[in-house]
Design a protein around this ligand. Structure first.
Ligand code: GTP
Ligand code: MG
Length: 191
């Protein structure tokens, strides 16, 4: 089941772009695995990955099947950058999400090894406040025990019914489920 037929790098934007086609956006703390997840979904190394947090500083967009975008956003909460730089990133991310009228889904990535942090919770609250559709994606499941992962999932999801995925970009775990869900979301908006 591969619904990815064509992939084209579109652009690296230093500002919030106004995109015309439907979009899936990938957000989360620096180093959580946004670019790796995008590569796993697209089944190629097209988004830049780094061991150093803060690699993606621009909004990178990829056009899929000449029909929709995957949007790789800079990570939030990276402490080693200056305060003013963090503010301008935050502003760019928030501005993009706030004014994009063709946003199908925001994937909020959380490292499955750790409890969600304050910056994650703040970001989720922001999405709720602005009525943005979002799902949670727990990343790097190959790096931790099932027990810890379950605790971290339970801690965040609790009784809420936010859909979530458990993934490993490295082991290609949970990737099919995300693809299936993306396809259903696309079919719904195009119907
Ligand atoms: N073991 C393991 N490592 C992963 C996985 N996903 C990402 N990584 C590693 O985590 C590091 C960061 O991955 P990126 O995909 O660059 O993370 P990012 O969220 O795009 O980071 P920024 O662009 O800096 O915000 C890299 O060293 C990846 O190889 C995974 O599923 N398993
Ligand atoms: Mg990145």
């Amino acid at each position: 089941m591969n619904f990815i037929k064509s992939v084209k790098f579109d652009s690296s934007y230093p500002y919030a772009p106004k995109l015309k086609l439907p979009q899936f956006a990938f957000c989360g703390r620096s180093n959580v695995g946004k670019s790796s997840l995008i590569n796993a979904i697209l089944n190629r190394n097209i988004a830049h990955i780094s061991k150093t947090p803060g690699k993606t500083t621009l909004i990178n967009t990829f056009i899929i099947n000449e029909m929709f975008y995957l949007v790789d956003l800079p990570g939030y909460g990276y402490a080693k950058r200056s305060k003013s730089m963090l503010k301008s990133w935050q502003y760019m991310i928030n501005n993009y999400l706030k004014y994009s009228d063709n946003l199908i889904m925001v994937y909020v990535l959380i490292d499955s090894r750790h409890k969600a942090m304050k910056s994650d919770m703040d970001f989720i609250e922001w999405l709720v406040y602005y009525h943005k559709p979002f799902n949670i994606v727990f990343t790097k499941s190959d790096k931790s025990s099932q027990k810890i992962i379950n605790e971290n999932i339970e801690n965040l999801i609790k009784q809420s019914n936010i859909p979530y995925f458990l993934t490993s970009a490295k082991k290609k775990k949970g990737i099919d489920k995300i693809c299936r869900s993306m396809r259903i979301n696309l079919e719904n908006i195009l119907a």
